[in-house]
Design a protein around this ligand. Structure first.
Ligand code: URP
Ligand code: ZN
Ligand code: ZN
Ligand code: ZN
Length: 454
């Protein structure tokens, strides 16, 4: 044995138990009471939780909007992940236009990440209009280990509902999972034009420009299409209680619909848009109401939503400041580093989630949905030794200065936390310890997802 974590509480999606964890090379070797491991380095973790490394299943590194790239690249983005107890991230391979093939886009993205990533990573394949018809290309990316597709119902790269239906049928045949950004394009476009005509273009109008009805309608439409196709579907960044209710209703009828939400939709409201820093809170879909926060927590606890991911998309303070209106301010916020401690403090300590549910929504569920389980999201013998030592007593007030994003701000500034990651291991290697990053660029590996056997 190489490493023995002694005296902690092991938390998995199934249970909490007092047990030691033995690590051999890159793998978990044993979990149990009073393990002996002659020759191993022993770390006393009495009073701490031992969690599987968290997975942030929705991130965007060096993502372009026009001429701008997000501040965090593959190196800084995955370094801050390590500092937050996140050992796997899933980003996107997005063609520059419908003329670029899926495999070209995928190879470019893999090339960008190579030698840069500090934690392991997977990719979702963005499918542009027309590309849903090309079974050969879809099959090729699945063969390379990209087992989830991503489409949009709005933005320039939007697919029509008919095209999303076609992709769902292709994905069903391939065993892949379609993930969808849901906002109804007609509703969003009409609102935007109405606000512009009325001269209401300040970033403060962002939430009004993308109303809850747009998300709920798009989610309902996509659920209907998935039902018709007999395919599972995954709704990214659900921001509305109504969207969560639509997912819950479909699931209660036996449909395989999955939902993801983000810490900002659970913890912040649209009141941020009336403040002086409204641009910093501008993301799509926008922040909603306290009633939405509450319903999202309820549906996360009840299981209708299975995943919390961050949509980490870190346009910097300076990039945001250049925006003059809600429609030209770069959209997106940083989040990966605060994912686990926020969900612990505001989810577990506030009584919404149990510790096993925390591990479910941050590790086991995304690992299962994206073909990484039990290599990731688990502490079973044979799983990758991706481990977080979590100190439930450590008190932290979040400030941008103490975090590692190049964005230069956090939307959770001033949030008081109790409980924080103390150390992070990636495949047995200590990459973060008590405030210090110890990893290096290039140690993160691409994780091919596996299609569930049917
Ligand atoms: O505003 C956001 N969320 N930017 C990232 C792209 C997306 O829609 O997820
Ligand atoms: Zn060894
Ligand atoms: Zn999106
Ligand atoms: Zn996103």
């Amino acid at each position: 044995m190489d490493l023995l974590l002694k005296g902690g509480w092991v938390v998995t999606a199934a249970r909490v138990e007092q047990a030691d964890v033995a690590i051999e090379g890159e793998k978990i070797a044993a979990v149990g009471p009073d393990l002996a491991a002659p020759g191993a380095v022993v770390r006393d973790v009495t009073g701490k939780y031992i969690l599987p490394g968290a997975i942030d299943a929705h991130v965007h590194y060096q993502m372009p909007i026009g001429d701008l790239l997000t501040a965090d690249d593959w190196f800084t983005g995955t370094r801050l992940a390590a500092c937050g107890g996140v050992t796997t991230v899933i980003d996107y391979a997005e063609p520059a236009s419908p003329a670029e093939s899926l495999t070209e886009a995928l190879n470019k993205r893999l090339e960008e990440a190579r030698d840069q990533a500090c934690v392991d990573f997977g990719l979702h394949q963005v499918v542009m209009p027309g590309q849903e018809e090309d079974e050969g290309e879809l099959r090729a990316v699945v063969a390379k280990g990209v087992t989830s597709f991503k489409v949009f119902t709005t933005y320039a790269q939007r697919l029509s509902l008919a095209a999303i239906g076609r992709l769902l049928r292709q994905a069903r045949r391939l065993g892949a999972l379609v993930t969808v950004h849901c906002e109804d394009h007609e509703i969003v476009t009409a609102k935007r034009e109405e606000l512009i005509a009325a001269g209401r273009t300040d970033p403060a109008y962002h939430a009004l420009s993308r109303p809850a009805t747009a998300e709920v309608k798009a989610i309902r439409d996509v659920i209907t299409l998935a039902g018709e196709a007999g395919a599972p579907v995954y709704i990214v960044h659900v921001s509305t209680g109504g969207g969560a209710e639509a997912i819950a209703a479909a699931r209660s009828k036996g449909q395989q619909v999955y939902g993801e939400t983000c810490p900002h939709y659970l913890l912040l409201t649209e009141s941020q848009y009336t403040g002086p820093a409204s641009r910093l809170f501008l993301m799509c879909p926008p922040l909603r109401t306290a009633a939405d926060n509450d319903l999202l927590w309820r549906h996360l606890a009840g299981g209708a939503l299975q995943v919390v991911a961050t949509d980490h998309c870190s346009y910097s303070r300076e990039q945001k400041a250049a925006g003059t209106a809600f429609y030209d301010t770069p959209s997106g916020v940083p989040g990966t580093e605060t994912l686990l401690p926020l969900l612990y403090s505001y989810g577990v300590r506030n009584g919404w989630l149990t510790l096993p549910q925390l591990v479910g929504v941050l590790a086991a569920n995304p690992a299962r949905l994206f073909g990484l389980y039990p290599r990731k999201g688990s502490l079973k013998p044979g799983s990758d030794a991706d481990v977080v030592i979590f100190d439930p007593r450590r008190q932290v007030t979040l400030t941008a200065a103490s975090l590692h994003s190049a964005a230069g701000y956090t939307v959770f500034e001033g949030f008081n936390l109790q409980g924080y990651p103390e150390a992070t291991y990636l495949r047995g290697r200590l990459i973060y310890d008590k405030g210090t990053f110890l990893g290096r660029a290039g140690q993160g590996q691409f994780l091919p997802g596996r299609i569930a056997a049917t």
